[in-house]
Structures are given as structure tokens and as C-alpha cells.
Design a protein around this ligand. Structure first.
Ligand code: UDP
Ligand code: MG
Length: 307
């Protein structure tokens, strides 16, 4: 940004992977909402290696909208990386994120922004009346959210809601490893008292289908044990994180414990089970802290071009 340009008040970041049917209507809705707000804004669409016509549609929109910026990634790096890329390119004082499939309603954005008073860093959307199957999506998400809130200490009821508003400082430099978008805003190291929630509506996907299945529930379970460490320690003490996550020693020890445990050592079934569980938890922690540290060192995305 040159010195003569007015500072941007708002960046709206949208990660998109194969959303060719959704980017145009969403761009239209976002533009109407952003114009009505009357503050200088930008729309940052991050194309996460789409293989359909998403990029072509975005480029066509870009030709007639100077508020639109496209960050085109050099492959499919995942939603967490796409968000990280959006954070890296956002120039607004406040950063809004939302899904690119139309499930979040841009009409909710002004209310989230209004809620973000000086006492807060983040306002996180909480979806009312979910438009998805109860048993396969809503129930697992409720259980996951309860566990995530306990593990992170950040009392958010719907971390999976893509619609959130952040103060720019909170997201600057964020490098989220794959899947860690499910633990926003806690994994950014925000203080629990500086996060509020606001009810938002949940709509049906515009077109196309979800990129995730039930397997994400298992990924969340795997990531849970490391969360207290990631949230409170690894961000502030990288050396600690390196020691824990980078050490093959830790993983070998865990593997050994796993083998011994499965052979029934120490004697008896209960200690063996306990040893197995401890080993699994130890592995999960080492694995995730390792991923976190590598993400901070190497970054999580490569940009092909921005325009
Ligand atoms: N997404 C992405 N990269 C991926 C997978 C998803 O950028 O590898 C985007 C996707 O286009 C959408 C958002 O992340 O804008 C949420 O994805 P999806 O709607 O599939 O998730 P769900 O709503 O089922 O949680
Ligand atoms: Mg969706």
C-alpha cells in the first residue's frame, strides 16, 4: 500500500477450493454488505489449488472489481494453509473470514463487527439451526467443540464456524498446520477473555459438496492432547516446541512403549492398557507439536501469484 492510499478498515478473507458455482454469488453478497458498511475494504479470495473453474471465475470478477484481490496458491495446501495465506496478505485493520461455499451469510458480518469492542480481539460466529445432518455432522461437532473448549481453555461453542472477525494483530504471521483451522481462534494464542461469540445463520452449501467426511472427527481426537501445549507453550517458547516435536527420540520412546504395552508389559491388563493409552497420547502430542514447529519454520503455503 502506498502512503497516499487510505488505510484499509476491513479485509474479508475467503479460502476457496473447487467452488466454481459459489464464488460469483458470494462476491455479489459480500460487495453489497461491504459497500453498505461504508469503510474502505478489500475482498481477499485465496484459491487453494482449485481444479475446476474457480480461478477463471475469480479472474473475471477481478477485471471489474478493484476491491477484489486473488491469492492463487501453488497447489492444494488445505483450508488452514489457505486461511494463513489470506492472513498474510490481508491489509485491513480488521480481518473477517468466511467459507467460500455460501454456508455463512455475509449479512451477519456487520453484527460481528459491531460486537468487536475495544475489550475484544475476536468475535466468533455460532451457527443457529444447522442445515446439516444431525448424527453425522451436528452431533460430532457438538462433542468436538466441548472437548476443544476444555483442551484450549477458550470457551467457544462452534470453532468450526468459518465466519469470524479478528483484530489484525491476532492473525498476523499465523502459520496453521493442516486441520488446525478447527481450533481457531484458540491456536492463535488469544486470551480467553478477549473472545466473544455472536449467533449467525447457517445456510445450505450453494453448489458442490463438502470437502470433509467423518474422518475429520478422528483428526480432531488425535489433535486434542497437543492443544493445551500448542495454545499455551509452543507459540511463545519455540525452543520447547522444537525439543518436544522435533526429537525422533521422543517418537522412538513412544513406539517402544507402544510395543511393550501391546505385549502386556508392565504385567497385567490394566497397566498394559494404560501404557498403550499413554503411548498413543505421547505420540499424538509429539506428532502435532512437530507439525506445528515445522509450520512455523517452513511456512504452510506457496503462492503462485497474486493479482
Ligand atoms: N477449502 C479450502 N481448501 C481445502 C478444503 C476446503 O480452501 O482443501 C475451503 C472450501 O472451499 C470452503 C471452506 O474451506 O470455502 C470450508 O470447506 P467445506 O465447505 O468443504 O467444509 P465444511 O463446510 O463441510 O466444514
Ligand atoms: Mg461448507
Amino acid at each position: 500500500m502506498s502512503e497516499t492510499e487510505p488505510p484499509l478498515a476491513l479485509s474479508i478473507v475467503v479460502p476457496v477450493y473447487n467452488e466454481e458455482g459459489n464464488v460469483e454469488p458470494l462476491h455479489g453478497e459480500l460487495t453489497r454488505v461491504a459497500r453498505a458498511l461504508g469503510r474502505p475494504y478489500e475482498l481477499v479470495f485465496v484459491n487453494d489449488g482449485s481444479r475446476d473453474g474457480t480461478l477463471a471465475r475469480l479472474s473475471a470478477l477481478r477485471a471489474r472489481d478493484e476491491h477484489l484481490r486473488i491469492v492463487d496458491l501453488d497447489g492444494n495446501f488445505g483450508e488452514a494453509a489457505a486461511l494463513s495465506a489470506g492472513f498474510a496478505h490481508a491489509r485491513g485493520a480488521l480481518v473477517v473470514t468466511l467459507d467460500g461455499d455460501g454456508q455463512n451469510d455475509p449479512a451477519d458480518i456487520p453484527r460481528l463487527l459491531a460486537r468487536l469492542g475495544p475489550e475484544l480481539d475476536v468475535v466468533s460466529g455460532r451457527r443457529r439451526e444447522r442445515q446439516e445432518a444431525f448424527l453425522s455432522r451436528v452431533l460430532p461437532s457438538r462433542i468436538a467443540n466441548w472437548l476443544i473448549a476444555r483442551a484450549t481453555g477458550v470457551p467457544v461453542h462452534d470453532t468450526g464456524c468459518g465466519l469470524k472477525v479478528y483484530r489484525r494483530a491476532v492473525v498476523t504471521g499465523a502459520r496453521l498446520p493442516r486441520g488446525m483451522n478447527r481450533f481457531l481462534p484458540a491456536v492463535l494464542g488469544v486470551r480467553p477473555g478477549r473472545v466473544a461469540e455472536e449467533w449467525v445463520s447457517d445456510r445450505r452449501r450453494g453448489s458442490g459438496r463438502s470437502h470433509y467426511g467423518l474422518s475429520r472427527t478422528f483428526a480432531v481426537l488425535r489433535d486434542l492432547p497437543a492443544l493445551p501445549i500448542l495454545v499455551r507453550l509452543a507459540r511463545r517458547r519455540p525452543a520447547f516446541g522444537r525439543a518436544l516435536g522435533g526429537a525422533p527420540v521422543a517418537q522412538v520412546a513412544v513406539l517402544l512403549a507402544l510395543i511393550l504395552g501391546s505385549l502386556g508389559w508392565p504385567a497385567g491388563r490394566v497397566p498394559a492398557l494404560a501404557a498403550l493409552l499413554a503411548a498413543a497420547v505421547g505420540w499424538a502430542i509429539a506428532h502435532d507439536v512437530g507439525r506445528w514447529v515445522r509450520a512455523q519454520e517452513r511456512g504452510v503455503f506457496r503462492v503462485r501469484r497474486t493479482f
